[in-house]
Design a protein around this ligand. Structure first.
Ligand code: 8YV
Length: 331
């Protein structure tokens, strides 16, 4: 067939989603899931019209090597891996996968917050090491979640899902955001807007749910950690880089704060080895959206965006979740 559009699927994905894409496109896939370098990605995109991406970086240099590229569909809500200014200059559409992962990611935030507050990882390590020999009145005493104050930094879709869960735990909810959310949402969530310093001083459990941008880099560093209660926990389900990991390690080591729950790290999948020696941190490998159902929904939404963005399928020309829809008018 002539004029069949070509796409790259840059990472391994569900075979049936891959199969769906092959109905519309000539597909170069990466089911062995080898991580491409930027140079390899650029070379592979030289003749492609679209790309299905899961977290790999697409910057000016990659775009410059991809003259035919129209659509890059990210299988993620966060798109800090896309240089959107370069996308706009190159008239390339970026798409992401919002909403479908809100509840799943909020669940993991709560799991980490509760595990950190109640010292669950420490308890499990004690058991696995065969060191549990008796009940003791002060063994692994943590801090309460029920009835405490939840501080959400980043009150977007996922932040709101985190806050909504607090009702069942009888918590006071405070939040900080670039701008206040609608009064109706504040009321529904029973959430009170505070400045960042006020939130850090008042919250028993801080959860970070911000997008990673130049402005949100190191939102939490030594100065911010110094404002927190000594019993407080901090949970990051957003992005590495929002927290200054070296400062956090120091705060955990000196018990400036009580504990942390972390799903994301600066420089991941590598992480600062300082975390590994700390008892009071719960660590997970970026699994916030990792349930079968949610990852399927994300993969299908990314595929819908790619198919529709490249003018195919039932929603041709109307990708459901574009980041920079304005570029389409310039095609
Ligand atoms: C993705 C995520 O799985 O959606 C996001 O922003 O962090 C995760 O859900 C990960 O980014 C890989 O694309």
């Amino acid at each position: 067939e002539i004029n069949v559009k070509k796409i790259l699927v840059s990472r391994a994905i569900f075979p049936d989603v891959l199969e769906r894409l092959t109905r519309y496109f000539e597909v170069e896939s990466n089911q062995e899931d080898r991580i491409f370098t930027s140079a390899e990605l650029a070379a592979k995109l030289a003749d492609k019209d679209g790309v299905f991406i899961a977290g790999d970086r697409i910057n000016e240099a990659v775009l410059a090597a991809a003259p035919r590229l129209r659509v890059a569909a990210n299988m993620a809500v966060g798109y800090n891996n896309f240089d959107m200014e370069a996308f706009n200059r190159a008239n390339v559409l970026g798409t992401n996968t919002p909403d479908v992962l809100n509840e799943t990611t909020a669940d993991l935030g709560w799991a980490l917050m509760m595990a950190a507050a109640r010292r669950m990882s420490e308890g499990e390590r004690l058991l696995r090491a065969g060191k549990w020999d008796r009940w003791s009145y002060d063994m692994l005493t943590g801090s309460d979640v029920y009835g405490s104050t939840l501080g959400v930094i980043g009150m977007g879709r996922i932040g709101q899902a985190v806050a909504r869960r607090a009702r069942g735990f009888g918590m006071r909810v405070v939040y900080h955001n670039r701008s206040r959310v609608a009064a109706e949402i504040e009321r529904e969530l029973n959430a009170e807007y505070l400045s960042k310093p006020a939130l850090l001083a008042e919250a028993d459990h801080v959860v970070l749910v911000l997008p990673y941008t130049a402005e949100s880099h190191h939102t939490i560093g030594a100065a911010e950690l110094a404002l927190m209660k000594r019993t407080a926990t901090i949970t990051n389900i957003a992005r590495g880089g929002i927290v200054d990991d070296a400062a956090l390690i120091e705060a955990l080591r000196t018990r400036q704060i009580g504990a942390a729950g972390l799903d994301v790290f600066e420089g991941e999948p590598k992480l600062n080895p300082g975390f590994l020696d700390l008892p009071n941190v719960v660590l997970t490998p970026h699994i916030g959206s990792a349930t079968e159902a949610t990852r399927r929904a994300m993969a299908n939404l990314a595929a819908d965006n790619l198919i529709a963005g490249l003018g195919e399928g039932p929603q041709a020309g109307h990708p459901p979740t574009p980041i920079n829809p304005d570029v389409m008018a310039r095609w």
